[in-house]
Ligand binder design. Structure first.
Ligand code: GLC
Length: 467
């Protein structure tokens, strides 16, 4: 695990912990479950796992509403389990990344319930402004006791912290150090572009024709509720904490920043995030021209030394084998080849490696409280055939999808999507050299990485890798 800049060519595997592997039969995936599948992840060849939040939570948003930043959520395991995960992963050369949720806490967090911190740690207004949350609901809720409105950029159960308060900044320095001291290799940082808000809480301008799709959907441009220049002060502060460690810890941001020219600022001068996520690719149409132009725009925007990170699925959005590929494995292989041969880091979401699709869930079984439930991409991992899929022995918290598509069968089949993903991951380790575009016929995207030439044929849904 020697290379301090291991993340530059890394495959990071995102685990939706509740749906990965359940060790105790309560239907909820847990930390011992992850440990039990580390051999699989090692076989697959991933460099790191990023676990969605494992800290104590009220579970209105399954971990993204934290009640204690230094305690493990009891339904996921104990601190001993977590220490064991770090040790067992390390012995297989796998690093562990956690999810840091700095924009908001749970409404049940002691900072929100204690009179001493409640007012100064959160964002309050006597009269709400026009901001709407990322979930497209009003961003303010009235608090009877306080006689005032508190801000929530997400659910009402997730009050936003006041990042203008230096005490809040100091709290998070300590939280980062606590987990880094435990051997955590870094964080994926949730909603980090949102944490600071306009001090005067001015209204956002309404979205106009020509504005980015994300703003049109929300009906306003988040000029005052996100993307404040001072967010970069906080990112530099976190990076300084990460850089105190040997090896330096990784900060990967969930950065929904529409313009590449603005997103690139999240690298700072090499002193902010090492890996701001580029979501534009994920929203591209599935075709050679669209994807090529989207990827090349980003590559051309990057400064020297900036490492891109590519991803196509996550726990908030439809899985790419459904969204892009209509369940056609040839297209899924094409997408995987693209993700794993572009230069930089790649994040695979659990199940991507077998071409797992979204699952249609009966309304009564939905568990997400967001206005558009995100459960379809969060269903449990199908490890083997059968209605419990080897995920649990109990009643799964979300129903499993199609277990005909499962890990065990695909491991046994050399021609499966899974074995193809494994070969692509091994290939990625050999790929050196920058991205060099090559001329290509219609609906092909061709490029070179050193001695290796990649031909992505979108017309014929075929991949040719030479060299
Ligand atoms: C991020 C997470 C999402 C969560 C939200 C609020 O977008 O990925 O799952 O609901 O932040 O924390």
């Amino acid at each position: 695990m020697g290379d301090p800049e291991w993340w530059q060519n890394a495959v990071i595997y995102q685990l939706y912990v509740r749906s990965f592997a359940d060790s105790d039969g309560d239907g909820v995936g847990d930390i011992p479950g992850i440990v039990s599948r580390l051999d699989y992840l090692s076989w697959l060849g991933v460099d790191a796992i990023w676990c969605t939040p494992v800290t104590a939570s009220s579970n209105h948003d399954h971990g993204y509403d934290v009640t204690h930043y230094r305690a493990i959520e009891p339904s996921l395991g104990t601190m001993e389990d977590f220490d064991r995960l770090i040790a067992e992963a390390e012995s297989r050369g796998i690093r562990v990344l956690l999810d840091l949720v700095p924009n908001h806490t749970s409404i049940d967090h002691p900072w929100f319930t204690s009179p001493g911190t409640r007012r100064s740690y959160y964002v309050w207004a006597d009269r709400p402004n026009n901001w709407v949350s990322s979930l497209h609901i009003p961003a303010w809720s009235y608090d009877e006791a306080e006689g005032s409105y508190y801000l929530h950029s997400y659910l009402p159960q997730q009050p936003d912290l006041n990042w203008w308060n230096d005490d809040v900044r100091a709290e998070f320095d300590d939280i980062l150090a606590f987990w880094f001291d435990k051997g955590v290799a870094g964080f994926r940082i949730d909603a980090c572009y949102v944490i600071l808000k306009d001090r005067q809480l001015r209204d956002n301008p309404v979205a106009r024709k020509g504005d980015h799709m994300w703003d049109l959907n929300r009906g306003q441009r988040p000029v005052h509720s996100a993307h404040q220049p001072e967010v970069h002060d906080v990112l530099r502060r976190w990076r300084a904490v990460a850089d105190r460690y040997d090896p330096p810890r990784l900060l990967m941001g969930a950065t929904w920043v529409p313009e590449p020219a603005d997103l690139v600022a999240y690298y700072g001068k090499g002193d902010e995030l090492q890996l701001p996520q580029y979501f534009q690719l994920l929203f591209s149409d599935f075709g050679a021209d669209a994807l090529r132009s989207c990827a090349e725009t980003w590559l051309e925007t990057l400064g020297p030394g900036d490492t891109p990170v590519w991803l196509a699925s996550n726990h908030d959005l439809s899985r790419f084998p459904t969204r892009w590929c209509d369940g056609d494995d040839r297209k899924t292989r094409l997408a995987l080849a693209m993700l794993l041969t572009l230069p930089g880091a790649c994040v695979l979401f659990q199940g991507d490696e077998i071409g797992m699709e979204d699952t249609v869930i009966p309304v009564a079984r939905l568990r997400d409280s967001a206005p558009w439930p995100r459960d379809a991409s969060r269903t449990p991992m199908p490890w083997q055939r059968g209605h419990l899929g080897g995920f649990t022995t109990g009643e799964p918290w979300l129903p499993l999808g199609d277990t005909e598509r499962n890990v065990a069968d695909q491991m046994a089949d050399p021609d499966s999507v899974l074995n193809e993903t494994r070969r692509l991951i091994a290939l990625k380790k050999r790929l050196t050299g920058p991205y060099r575009p090559l001329p290509a016929e219609d609906d092909h995207w061709r490029y070179r990485r050193g001695a290796v030439a990649v031909d992505l044929d979108f017309a014929g849904s075929a991949v040719c890798i030479d060299g």
